[in-house]
Design a protein around this ligand. Structure first.
Ligand SMILES: Nc1ncnc2c1ncn2[C@@H]1O[C@H](COP(=O)(O)OP(=O)(O)OP(=O)(O)O)[C@@H](O)[C@H]1O
Ligand SMILES: [Mg+2]
Length: 446
């Protein structure tokens, strides 16, 4: 019945102009009849088709008004119909976007009641749509923000325009789901806030991948650190063996040579000269053995400590390249455990090698400082200056080694360059504990 009335109304609505014309014609006829019977005028046919001038003018004005109203009414109806079509189209679009969104979405009113939820939300929260609608939002999909200052609805009602936060949501089955929650105001026709629209992006798989990546990095770092310490032990062993075994053999050789030289016939000068050359060669080899073994593992590092070893290494740099080194240790002797001393020393060695190979520097300033929580090593040269590209180049393995050594102790590295003014490498290593890596502050560092 209701549908029929609606159908009739829609037909009538479509014919508003015709109704106007019909009403105008009806008025014309009624007026003709009234003219004949009420005012005793001409006969009806004449009154209808040939009225007097004033009579015709009056009827035309009124018929015109009927038709104008018909046109106006039709225009209004058409506009309303068009607006209704557009509105229902927009509604359908919005409903489709809401229902088919890959994110979970729900609408909550000011009293925390759920007004609407999409399928993704229901899947995420583990509820049926019918059961969810009308329940309190914090009963359906609760999290640490519920009932607190961080609650998105509370924050929107307090005046925020958009709330975006990470939250771990708990669904009925007590599963925890890490989500990015975005809440925006849901406004009524006059602009007043009648609730919020909440969007939940499930980031469990992203979190899982991030955790895997973190773990794999941790493992890589541990492996690198293990390999480094194994390499260090091997170096120490080889250095000791070269120093002790080869050194002792050379010393014995030298003593035997001295014995032979003393017993050489006095008149054979050629033989004496050859023997002296041999002695010189042995001496050179003794020095070579000392140098190789101290390069492999400076005895100073184990015997006199980090400051002495760094001072010695700086002296080596000056001796081999002519780069003048200014070294300051504050305090004079810094006592650290062996692994930290070795790490700082190896970092310094790599920096010295880089100064010698790449910097074209004439001077270097080295400061080793002990602070309450960490030890800082700063090396500044006055060379050409490392570029940002070189710092962040993934193939800069020397720099990567510096970073990894520092990071394995939870330390920090800062590398910076100033064109034609020089390069600074600053390393901070905590004095205690291995700690989680703080990171690299230089551009391109991790
Ligand atoms: N003190 C410095 N002054 C100027 N450029 C530098 C300095 N130190 C490093 N660089 C630049 O940074 C680059 C990367 O240094 P890195 O130590 O990682 O590699 P490398 O010294 O070339 O090779 P290696 O892996 O043998 O150490 C160098 O090739 C060089 O161009
Ligand atoms: Mg290098």
């Amino acid at each position: 019945m209701e549908n029929r009335i609606k159908a009739v109304i829609s037909i009538v609505r479509g014919k508003f102009i015709i109704i106007g014309i019909a009403l105008g014609a009806a008025f014309w006829f009624i007026e003709s009849v009234m003219h004949v019977y009420v005012f005793h005028g001409d006969d009806l046919i004449e009154s209808v088709f040939s009225p007097g001038f004033h009579e015709a003018w009056m009827r035309l004005v009124i018929v015109g008004m009927f038709i104008s109203f018909g046109i106006y009414g039709q225009w209004l109806i058409n506009a309303r119909r068009k607006a209704q079509t557009e509105l229902s189209l927009a509604n359908a679009e919005l409903a489709q976007i809401f229902e088919t969104s890959a994110d979970g979405m729900r609408v909550v009113d000011r009293e925390f009641n759920m007004l609407r939820a999409n399928d993704t939300f229901c899947r995420l929260a583990g509820v049926k749509k019918k059961e969810a609608i009308g329940r309190k939002c914090y009963d359906v999909f609760r999290g640490p923000l519920c009932h607190g200052q961080g609650c998105p609805l509370t924050r929107i009602l307090a005046g925020e325009e958009r709330v975006e936060c990470d939250a771990v949501k708990v669904r009925d089955g007590a599963n925890e789901i890490p989500c990015i929650v975005t809440a925006t105001p849901f406004r009524g026709p006059t602009g007043e806030i009648i609730g919020i629209v909440e969007d939940f992006k499930d980031i469990s798989s992203r979190k899982h991948t991030e955790e895997e990546l973190r773990q794999s990095r941790r493992q890589l770092r541990e492996l690198a650190s293990y390999l480094e310490s194994a390499r260090e032990k091997e170096r120490t062993r080889i250095a000791r063996e070269i120093h002790d075994e080869l050194g002792q053999s050379l010393t014995a050789l030298k003593m035997e040579l001295h014995w032979c030289i003393r017993r050489l016939p006095q008149d054979d000068s050629l033989l004496a000269e050859r023997a002296k050359k041999l002695l010189k060669l042995v001496d050179e080899n003794v020095h070579l053995v000392q140098r190789i073994s101290s390069e492999l593992r400076p005895g100073l590092l184990d015997n006199l400590g980090l400051s002495a070893a760094i001072e010695w290494q700086a002296g080596q740099l000056t001796e081999r390249t002519g780069v003048k080194c200014d070294f300051l240790s504050d305090p004079e002797d810094i006592i650290l455990d062996q692994t930290r001393s070795t790490a700082i020393f190896r970092i310094f060695q790599e920096t010295c090698t880089n100064i010698a190979r790449h910097s074209d520097a004439t001077k270097a300033e080295i400061v080793l400082k002990e602070l309450p929580a960490y030890v800082e090593l700063r090396i500044t040269d006055n060379g050409r200056g490392i570029t940002q590209k070189q710092i962040s180049n993934p193939k800069s393995f020397g720099l990567m080694g510096i970073r990894e050594r520092a990071l394995s102790f939870g330390g920090e590295v800062e590398i910076s360059g100033n064109e034609k003014k020089g390069t600074t490498v600053r390393v901070r290593i905590p004095k205690d504990g291995t700690g989680e890596a703080k990171g690299d502050k230089s551009p391109g560092g991790r």
